[in-house]
Design a protein around this ligand. Structure first.
Ligand SMILES: *[C@@H]1O[C@H](CO)[C@@H](O)[C@H](O)[C@H]1NC(C)=O
Ligand SMILES: *[C@@H]1O[C@H](CO)[C@@H](O)[C@H](O)[C@H]1NC(C)=O
Ligand SMILES: *[C@@H]1O[C@H](CO)[C@@H](O)[C@H](O)[C@H]1NC(C)=O
Ligand SMILES: *[C@@H]1O[C@H](CO)[C@@H](O)[C@H](O)[C@H]1NC(C)=O
Ligand SMILES: *[C@@H]1O[C@H](CO)[C@@H](O)[C@H](O)[C@H]1NC(C)=O
Length: 315
């Protein structure tokens, strides 16, 4: 389908940008327009630069395997060091970067003194769920961000601290989620579970509804055959790309009035209710690479519509 096809021309006149080819569309971990209250790391630091600042007294406790930049004394950099275990983390550290190592276990005393931690990056390691000691993260009552993507997790980590705002769990083998796994995560705004083995049975009735502040839920590249049930009404960004979802229940979006972006390309959508996307806040809709045959209602505020690779004859 090219840009001259009837579908594209029609939408162009309605003022909606329609993408008829997949082109450069890509999945991003985060959306561009992130709400203001999303936690950002406090420091932007490049390890190779020479800051020429005298050694800060705090750096004395820095683990010998790691690097604690003198002028950012609350951060400890231990990434890319072939580490097999988590080094001792001094009490004053707030950000610890442990990504790209060979860490297999997270023991009860891994973070025992580090009660001020706000951010832990453990992505790209070899951690299995059974090798995380129970409750090790839950004790970190100041933790805001936890990166565990690209590990060997099979279960959703539980329990987690109630302070948590963002958790990244993509690229694991997660297929299990305890019924109470997300209970109490009242401040969680972003949950990334793309590239796992989640199917309909993983997300039983309303498990996810408890996260009252959740804005972004990423479930792309999993094994869902149905729309995830009981999502919190705070949700603004929902990614379900590359699953096997074939239908959307009639009133599915009634409980998601804030939805801004819905990404559902590479599914098996066939017949959907005509007014299903009548959502006043919807700005981005991606239903490319499905089996849609019929036209559907395009909401007024929509700015980006991806429709390529469907079977729609005329709209
Ligand atoms: C925790 O702190 C105590 C006392 O300062 C120290 O002896 C111990 O080695 C520390 N443990 C870890 C895992 O950092
Ligand atoms: C954490 O590690 C990932 C690599 O998986 C990297 O992309 C990300 O920037 C890291 N986060 C921070 C704040 O350094
Ligand atoms: C949730 O965030 C609010 C506002 O930042 C904060 O006051 C509150 O303590 C947080 N709740 C938990 C359980 O950490
Ligand atoms: C969709 O997932 C399958 C595996 O389940 C993978 O082989 C394929 O590359 C994915 N497609 C896209 C577009 O991500
Ligand atoms: C579309 O949504 C608006 C506002 O939510 C509602 O008033 C209207 O009845 C809906 N239209 C249809 C055809 O469902």
């Amino acid at each position: 389908m090219g840009f001259s096809s009837p579908v594209c021309v029609l939408f162009f006149f309605l003022g909606v940008k329609v993408y008829c080819q997949y082109g450069s569309y890509q999945w991003d971990e985060d959306y561009d327009q992130e709400p203001d209250d999303v936690y950002q790391p406090e420091f932007q630091f490049h390890q190779n630069e020479d800051y020429g600042v005298p050694f800060h007294q705090h750096t004395i406790g820095c683990a010998s395997e790691c690097f604690c930049p003198p002028n950012f004394p609350s951060s400890m950099y231990c990434d890319n060091r072939k580490l097999k275990t988590i080094p001792n983390i001094p009490a004053y550290i707030q950000q610890v970067y442990l990504q790209f190592n060979e860490i297999e276990v997270v023991t009860a005393d891994s973070f025992i003194n580090a009660t001020h931690l706000k951010e832990i990056n453990l992505s790209h390691n070899k951690i299995k769920s059974q090798n995380i000691d129970h409750g090790v993260f839950a004790k970190l009552s100041n933790l805001l961000q936890l990166h565990l993507q690209h590990n060997n997790l099979e279960d959703f980590p539980f329990p987690l601290p109630k302070s948590l705002e963002r958790i990244l769990l993509g690229y694991n083998q997660i297929s299990r989620l305890q019924t109470n796994a997300v209970n109490g995560l009242v401040n969680l705004t972003m949950l990334d579970l793309c590239y796992n083995q989640i199917d309909d049975s993983t997300l039983q009735e309303k498990i996810l509804a408890k996260m009252e502040k959740l804005m972004q839920l990423n479930l792309c590249n999993n094994r869902l055959e149905s729309m995830p049930p009981g999502l919190p009404s705070s949700l603004m960004y929902l990614s379900l790309e590359n699953n096997s979802i074939s239908a959307i229940p009639e009133n599915y979006f009634n409980e998601l009035p804030k939805l801004h972006a819905l990404r559902m390309s590479h599914n098996k959508l066939q017949d959907i209710p005509y007014y299903i996307f009548n959502l006043s806040n919807l700005m981005e809709l991606n239903v490319g690479h499905n089996k849609l045959k019929q036209a559907f209602y395009i909401p007024r505020n929509l700015e980006h519509l991806y429709l390529e690779n469907n079977e729609i004859e005329s709209m």
